[in-house]
Every structure is written in structure tokens, then in C-alpha cells.
Design a protein around this ligand. Structure first.
Ligand code: ZN
Length: 123
């Protein structure tokens, strides 16, 4: 009980908001002294902050890894390719719609001419 109370008091020293604010510094290893100690005291006992730290750490390390090799560049290229592919698909679709409109219009004129011819024959 006493230990639990102690943890709660220590936890109060840094709020979740503080941890969130200091997370980038912690991940960059630029947090030191009292701040680092308080950070650890809170982060070790707070489930929310532990979870947040896990996510932030994965993102942080992931980005570092991406910058290290060509993965980041490759991903950008992949996105560019995908965008180009989508643009091409939209262009094709637009052309198809235009073509179909022309076909429908021509068909309409055809039907109109046929109707007029049929009517002319019976007059
Ligand atoms: Zn917290």
C-alpha cells in the first residue's frame, strides 16, 4: 500500500502531458538529469505513456531506418508510381466516358434518321 502511494506521488511529478511533450527529446536521447529521471518515473508506471512510447519508438526507429537505406526513396518512388497509375486510370476512364457519350449521341441520331425514313416511306 505504501509503495503504491509512493508510485502515485512520483507519477504526479510528471503528467502524461509532460511525457508526451518530452517524448521526442527522450527518443533523441537528449533528455537528461532530473527531467530524464522524472520522465522514467512516470513512464515506467503509466500504462498510457508506456503504450505511447512503444508507438513513438517504433515510428522514430522506423523513420531512422528508412533514412539510412534507400527504403524512404523507394517508398516515395512507389507512391509516385501509384499516383501516376491512378492518373492514367482516370484519364482512360474520362476518355471512355467521352467515347460512350459520342456513341450514344450517334446512336440517337441514327435512330432519329431511321424513324424519319420509316415515316417518310409511309407518307
Ligand atoms: Zn502517463
Amino acid at each position: 500500500m505504501k509503495k503504491y502511494k509512493k508510485i502515485l506521488i512520483k507519477k504526479r511529478e510528471f503528467s502524461c502531458k509532460d511525457i508526451n511533450r518530452l517524448m521526442p527529446e527522450f527518443l533523441d536521447d537528449s533528455l537528461d538529469g532530473t527531467n530524464l529521471k522524472k520522465f522514467m518515473m512516470h513512464a515506467q508506471v503509466c500504462e498510457n505513456c508506456t503504450e505511447e512510447m512503444n508507438v513513438q519508438f517504433l515510428i522514430h526507429e522506423g523513420l531512422k531506418q528508412l533514412e539510412k537505406d534507400d527504403t524512404y526513396f523507394n517508398l516515395q518512388k512507389k507512391l509516385e508510381d501509384r499516383l501516376n497509375e491512378v492518373r492514367a486510370r482516370i484519364r482512360i476512364r474520362d476518355r471512355l466516358v467521352t467515347f460512350m457519350s459520342v456513341v450514344v449521341a450517334i446512336s440517337g441520331i441514327g435512330v432519329l434518321i431511321m424513324t424519319m425514313l420509316v415515316i417518310a416511306k409511309f407518307l
